[in-house]
Design a protein around this ligand. Sequence first.
Ligand code: ZN
Length: 122
Amino acid sequence: MRIGDAARLIGVPTHVLRHWDDMGVVSPSRTPSGHREYDEEQVRRLRVLRACQEVGLSLGEIRLVLHRDEAGRAQVIEERLSRIRAQRERLADAESFLEHVRTCRHDLLTRCPSCSRFADEG
Ligand SMILES: [Zn+2]
């Protein structure tokens, strides 16, 4: 399919797909007139790429992740997993803090041990 259709399908502007092509992440073939032509496999790659970006992976990291034989791949994945787990912990802390604040009866948050504990952890 043409770049416009692929971009619509993935939900990104066409310049993003051209950039990914220039970076060698997903490089479609060209029609005789020079238009990019994406096949099914490449569209699947584009979807994976988009999903990876949405969870905060950089283009460099994604390139490593998409190539099974790439050196350093395991390390990139491990690092990203630790970052995701750390983020999840911070989000869980924020969630319990907000749930507490919703019903906190102290007039000043600084006088509440539960509220202060959250500030210390953050
Ligand atoms: Zn409180």
